[in-house]
Write a protein that binds this ligand. Structure first.
Ligand code: EPZ
Length: 437
């Protein structure tokens, strides 16, 4: 055991243990999308009426963190874990417009409470999120867009202090120099209550943005161009409450598709949105998986005559390209492929933290700049590994499912930010996996 192994083995935190080698077989129900639910929850701050969300992944840590933050900011929230619903009422207490560092630092998406609070109350104070394991991830595009809408933005003691002009925020023509999911969502929400028309061009087109825009329109907003790179928002005086069901999580879907194809079983994923993961489906088919779509079900298995999947090259890109949130998982797949594959990460500058951990399990990966060459090996071997961020963690889970012997994944709090009951879901389809305290 190395010194690091000993430290993590004795840290007393929950771990996941996996004994690899079992093919996965059966059905898995996909949860609502974390990255959509987070924004829909923030959007509830735009109205004093009730927003009731269905299909919410209520047990995710990121959702719980945001719930705490909104409660601190005066929202009344009722969660039903069994029904997967969340009811939110942003009561509009003008004295509760601060989002403190302690909660914001736990989750970067918390910055998205800034614009809605500013638009509704005229001022907001939100901590800057700070550093991140996968890249520097600045929020300059968010702040610049708010300034273009007339907000005065000051940075003091690590907080953003934002104030709207006397008559309220005003519509603006905002062109993003770089595609940003968060900045698009942030300014989209804010613009719904601004005076006049806002255009967002070179906007991100991720399905979660469409989900948010559809809910906002049901609340009385006027957003046009949904699903395109140009969103046009006609500001309205106020928004109403609504009922809304969160779209299925496309990244959880893709993650289990890879796990099914790689372990050599046959898994049907239920409650999915197949049209949101075309890029992943296409690459899996190229690598030798069979992907069968039937309504909202996706069934995945390896082609019958194939011993292993084939090496393929991938490059991460904004939607509809191959998602950066699937890069680590596909890398695990390539470690066991026939031949080699190249992975190029174009969204985040430091998203290869899973590589040294996969190498500890016997993978052959060489990173050069923002690309990684992965040469397939015959087998991975179980080891003590450490989760470093959400998707890196799940890549290690997939590796553990295929590895010879036992894999222990430490620091699984990363995993639990974004995957609901992953050990339960995988053991129900035949994996030998357990969460240990
Ligand atoms: C969202 O992050 C997701 N998070 C990420 O998922 C996902 O990886 C990412 O989009 C890309 O798809 C949530 O939805 C909560 P960006 P976001 O703004 O919005 C740079 C996961 O594992 N940038 O599209 O923060 C930025 O540094 C997470 O679930 C600026 O330079 O991503 C990055 O290089 C991780 N200035 C690029 O743009 C800004 O003001 C894209 O980031 C904003 C972003």
């Amino acid at each position: 055991m190395t010194e690091t192994d000993e430290n993590t083995a004795q840290d007393g935190l929950p771990k996941i243990k996996i004994r690899g080698g079992n093919p996965l077989n059966g059905d898995i129900r996909i949860s609502g999308a974390k990255n959509s639910a987070l924004k829909l929850i923030c959007a509830s701050l735009l109205t004093e009426q009730e927003v009731k969300l269905f299909n919410v992944p209520t047990r995710l840590r990121d959702i719980e963190t945001l719930e705490k933050l909104l409660t601190h900011m005066g929202s009344e929230i009722v969660v039903n874990h069994d029904a997967k619903t969340m009811s939110l009422k942003g009561l509009g207490d003008k004295s509760k417009t601060t989002a403190h560092y302690d909660l914001v630092r736990q989750m970067r998406a918390s910055i998205l409470v800034l614009g809605p609070t500013l638009a509704r109350h005229g001022h907001a104070k939100v901590s800057l999120p700070g550093g991140c394991a996968i890249g520097s991830r600045p929020v300059d595009l968010h702040l610049k867009g708010l300034e273009q809408m007339g907000a005065d933005i000051q940075i003091e003691d690590g907080y953003v202090l934002a104030t709207a002009p006397a008559g309220g925020l005003k519509g603006a023509d905002i062109h993003f120099p770089k595609v940003s999911v968060g900045a698009t969502e942030h300014l989209l929400m804010t613009a719904t209550l601004a005076n006049g028309i806002t255009t967002l061009s070179n906007a991100a087109m991720e399905p979660e943005i469409g989900d948010l825009a559809n809910m906002l329109n049901n609340m009385g907003a006027d957003i046009r161009g949904i699903g395109t790179q140009k969103l046009v928002i006609h500001g309205v005086d106020k928004l109403n409450g609504t009922d809304h069901s969160v779209i299925p999580d496309r990244i959880e879907t893709g993650t289990f598709m890879i796990a099914a194809a790689l372990t050599g079983g046959e898994v049907t994923l239920k409650n999915t949105r197949p049209d949101t993961i075309d890029a992943v489906t296409a690459l899996l088919k190229k690598a030798g998986a069979e992907v069968m779509i039937d309504g909202t079900d996706i069934t995945v298995k390896r082609k019958e005559n194939l011993q292993s999947l084939r090496g393929i090259d991938i490059m991460t890109e904004p939607y509809p390209g191959f998602p950066t949130d699937m890069q680590a998982q596909i890398m695990t797949m390539l470690t066991l492929c026939d031949g080699a594959g190249m992975v190029t990460e174009t969204i985040f500058e430091n998203r290869y933290m899973h590589v040294p951990e996969l190498v500890r399990m016997g993978a052959n990966i060489v990173v050069q700049g923002n690309s990684a060459i992965v040469r397939g090996v015959n087998k991975l071997k179980g080891a003590q590994v450490m989760a470093t961020d959400l998707r890196a963690s799940v890549a290690l889970v997939i590796a553990g499912l295929c590895a010879e012997g036992e894999t222990t994944i430490n620091r699984i709090y990363h995993l639990e930010r974004g995957y609901e009951d992953i050990a339960g879901k995988l053991s129900a389809v035949g994996a030998d996996i357990r969460r240990e305290k």
